[in-house]
Ligand binder design. Structure first.
Ligand code: BTN
Length: 257
């Protein structure tokens, strides 16, 4: 895959610009980067604060796989980002929280939002993978609730890496992984996703609109990225992409993330 980088000072959302480019025939490998976004969005229709200092980018893909496999791309992007950040920041404390939040300890340092469009025939027209990485956010960007939940990588590690270095490192992991996934499928992602996960083996609460709808032990993730949670009565449910909070070990009632 050939990468074409397009860098902007300000955009509404790199995902939106990438989707527009895709709709007008943009090629696989186009990467839209913005120094800041005025309308960045996260999963669950949340606002994604995107001031200068963070890495905000979206990659356009035209995967040659059946649509039922496209959810694997989100896991793939999580693995690539976690790998790159672990290498760059020389840290094993960077892990993946299902489905694809990248955490440092209990705090979120990156998030991924993937979207896809099908053709009228039902094939994949394009997929876009947007990633926000808190490389070096200004102090006033992490206030209130966000301060509890999120962190900046450079501040946490006392480093001064540029957003460009982080982007290059993530793409260097993403591209070969994407190519082998197209040839060989989810087997090239899932074992590593599981190894990098801070979710499996923990008690979790599954949330819908911030409301707890199920609780139990996160036991496994299947080939489509669905999380299996086993409740205390032994019953098990699988969840598609959603939201969980992980119970701190030893404290049944409180949530940490
Ligand atoms: C999440 O909720 O964790 C996903 C956050 C994804 C944010 C990135 S920033 C670049 C791209 N453009 C957007 O509007 N969102 C994604």
């Amino acid at each position: 895959m050939k990468i074409e980088l397009r860098h902007y000072d300000v955009l509404g959302s790199t995902n939106e610009t990438a989707a527009e480019a895709a709709a007008s025939g943009g090629r696989e490998g186009l990467v839209i980067v913005a120094s800041r976004q005025t309308g960045g969005h996260g999963r669950m229709d949340r606002v994604w604060s995107s001031p200068a200092g963070g890495l905000w980018f979206t990659i356009l893909l035209r995967p040659r796989v059946e649509p039922r496999h496209v959810a694997e791309l989100t896991l793939l992007a999580g693995v690539a980002a976690a790998r790159a950040l672990r290498i760059l920041y020389e840290s094993d404390d960077i892990r993946i929280k299902w489905p694809n939040d990248i955490l440092l300890g209990a705090k979120k340092v990156a998030g991924i939002l993937s979207e896809m469009r099908l053709t009228e025939r039902g094939d994949i027209d394009y997929a876009i993978i947007g990633a926000g990485v808190n490389v070096s956010l200004p102090d006033d960007a992490l206030t209130g609730e966000l301060r509890e939940k999120a962190a900046s990588l450079n501040d946490s590690f006392g480093t001064n890496l540029s957003t460009d270095e982080v982007l290059r490192a993530i793409l260097a992991e993403f591209i070969p992984l994407y190519e082998s996934w197209q040839d060989r499928g989810a087997e090239v992602i899932l074992p590593e996703w599981r190894a990098l996960s801070c979710t499996l083996g923990n008690m979790v609460a599954v949330l819908d609109d911030d409301r707890v709808i199920y609780e139990g032990l996160a036991v496994s993730i299947d080939g489509s990225g669905r999380l299996a949670v086993r409740a205390s009565d032994g019953s098990e449910r699988r969840f598609d992409f959603g939201e969980i909070s992980i119970r701190p070990k030893g404290e049944a009632g409180e949530t940490d993330s």
